[in-house]
Ligand binder design. Structure first.
Ligand code: ACM
Length: 543
């Protein structure tokens, strides 16, 4: 019998382990109440496949069974997991989601072999020590944002990331689908968004100031059926997908496809192609009726594809230079009686805020959307530090905390020469572990506005899944514990205990095939030559 008690994220309470445990056998059955079918499928396809267990259909109240129960007196995502020698395993969830998170804990208790896709020791018996675990998340929004615009991640990789999120009890996938460098979702009424907007001719290698280029075309997109598959796969794992269409900045790929979306009275937008470098792009959407109608069309298709409550409209980093020069934009400012271009941006975002609200959805945007007033239901992703989140919470808005200084996983993990194309400042595993989503200055009522936290993975310098893994892990494990577990204040957090549990977690990640950054630093194949260039506000790379 193998056992693992080093859970990540840490559960609320564990009684035990006792000396008697439960051993899984070929006739160990699986039974669940109506509503738990998804977790039954998940257990058979993961645990069953990894350990060579058929997990036949069981009966309520029988011995030697994994039983999945619902108890609506528990909080929705809470669960209780009990292991006894005679009965087996009982997972009781406050909802089907709670049952699913309990199943994730069961997999961790079974050890690294349970994270494989087929048995490597078919004659081995797997068991779990007798114990009772009570657990519930701290926050309802435990997010990961993946930028598939700067580098496209084919569908298979996205499904894999949903599995990795589920293994860490994360439940919101923020899907950054559009940017200057690529448009990644099929929109049937506007085929050029993907025909033209999803490919770029070449790609800047390294930082934007680097003199190097990767001279091969890069691109790809998800068809609407791919998106339906991703959303369904996420739903089976109790993950909500929040799509982001970034407006009115970060839009050059769309303008390259449909030049009339840009500020045609300022530049020749026909000359624009999908952007091949990084940074903040001056080519933003024109604030015209045509642009509004176009994006209403985009969002109409998006609402059909993404059933979740939240739709992200970006709103970050929209330079106003073209609007200052554009007679069309200035006429709109005058017509609406606005003070300046910042208010024009608010008007633009406000249009979609109302449009989405009227359709029963809630707008989410980066904290720049605060600059000029917001509708009541709008949610703010606080990325430029905590300040936007504090302002938003005080104004009665819900907030997701994702301050770049703490949870931008593209930032480098260590000083020195070895980090591959290092971005910005050092954010170690311990730094992420000591990230606190709720700023001290909020009152209790305001703190209740913090829906949760999110780690953001921007992929300018991550051209494949191995690079994404390297930047994301192990730090996502620390982030997951921050978002799920009831940790003390940052200075009091027991990082040594987290590291002790990580020693049990790395073999799970190995079994899953995650190319994480080892605690001792990058492996030779993970090292990349540093490239010239100075990142935004940070030291030169390799400094
Ligand atoms: C952002 O990092 N521009 C949201």
């Amino acid at each position: 019998m193998t056992s693992e008690t080093e859970l990540i994220p840490a559960p609320t309470a564990v009684e035990g382990p006792t000396r008697c445990g439960f051993a899984f056998e070929a006739d160990t059955a699986l039974w669940g109440e109506p509503g738990t079918e998804g977790t039954q499928r998940w257990l058979r396809s993961t645990l069953g496949a990894a350990l060579g267990l058929p997990l036949p259909q069981g009966e309520e109240g029988a011995r030697n069974t994994v039983a999945l129960r619902l108890d609506d007196t528990l909080p929705a995502e809470a669960y209780r997991l009990e292991v006894t020698a005679t009965w087996g395993v009982v997972i009781t969830g406050g909802s089907p989601a709670g049952v699913f998170w309990g199943a994730q804990t069961l997999r961790q208790l079974l050890g690294p072999a349970a994270f494989r896709r087929a048995p490597v020791r078919p004659d081995m018996t797997y068991g779990v020590p007798g114990q009772a675990i009570d657990d519930a998340p701290r926050f309802p929004w435990r997010g990961l944002m993946l930028d598939v615009a700067r580098h496209f991640m084919p569908k298979e990789g996205v499904l894999r990331y949903l599995d990795l999120m589920a293994a860490h009890k994360l439940n919101v996938f923020h899907f950054h689908l559009t940017d200057d460098q690529g448009w990644r979702v099929q929109i049937e009424r506007y085929p050029k968004l993907t025909e033209i907007g999803s490919w770029r001719a070449r790609t800047k290698f390294g930082h934007r100031a680097s003199p190097l280029w990767d001279d091969k075309p890069h691109g790809g997109y998800y068809t609407q059926d791919d998106i339906r598959e991703i959303v369904a796969y996420a739903a089976e794992r109790h993950i909500t997908v929040v799509p982001e269409i970034d407006v009115p900045g970060h839009s050059q790929a769309a303008i390259a496809a449909y030049p009339e979306l840009g500020n045609t009275d300022v530049i020749d937008t026909n000359s624009l192609s999908v952007w091949d470098t990084w940074g903040i792009n001056p080519n933003v959407l024109a604030p015209t009726d045509n642009t509004l109608r176009f994006y209403e069309g985009v969002f109409e298709e998006l609402l059909e594809l993404f059933p979740g409550e939240f739709i992200h409209v970006g709103g970050d980093e929209c330079p106003k230079d073209q609007w200052k020069q554009s007679a069309t934009a200035q006429a709109r400012i005058a017509e609406l009686g606005l003070a300046d271009e910042d208010e024009l941006q608010s008007w633009f975002i406000g249009h979609f805020d109302k449009w989405l609200s009227a359709r029963g959805r809630r707008l989410v945007g980066w904290d720049e959307i605060l600059e000029g007033g917001l509708a009541d239901g709008a949610v703010v992703s606080s990325w430029r530090g905590y300040e936007g989140g504090v302002t938003a919470a005080r104004a009665g808005h819900d907030v997701v905390m994702c301050p770049e200084q703490h949870v931008y996983l593209d930032w480098r993990q260590a000083p020195g020469e070895d980090e591959p194309v290092p971005i910005a400042h050092v954010r170690t595993l311990e730094d992420v572990y000591r990230f606190e989503p709720v700023p001290e200055q909020l009152t209790e009522a305001e703190a209740g506005r913090v829906l949760g936290a999110q780690a953001n993975v921007w992929t300018e310098v991550m051209e494949d899944h191995a690079r994404v893994d390297y930047q994301t892990f192990p730090r996502l494990a620390a982030f997951a514990e921050v978002a799920w577990s009831a940790l003390p204040a940052p200075a009091e957090r027991d990082f040594a205990d987290f590291e002790r549990r990580m020693a049990a977690h790395y073999p799970r990640l190995d079994a899953l095939g995650v190319a994480y950054r080892p605690p001792t630093g990058p492996l030779p194949w993970q090292r990349r030559p540093g490239v010239l260039g100075r990142p935004k506000g940070g030291p030169p790379p390799n400094a």
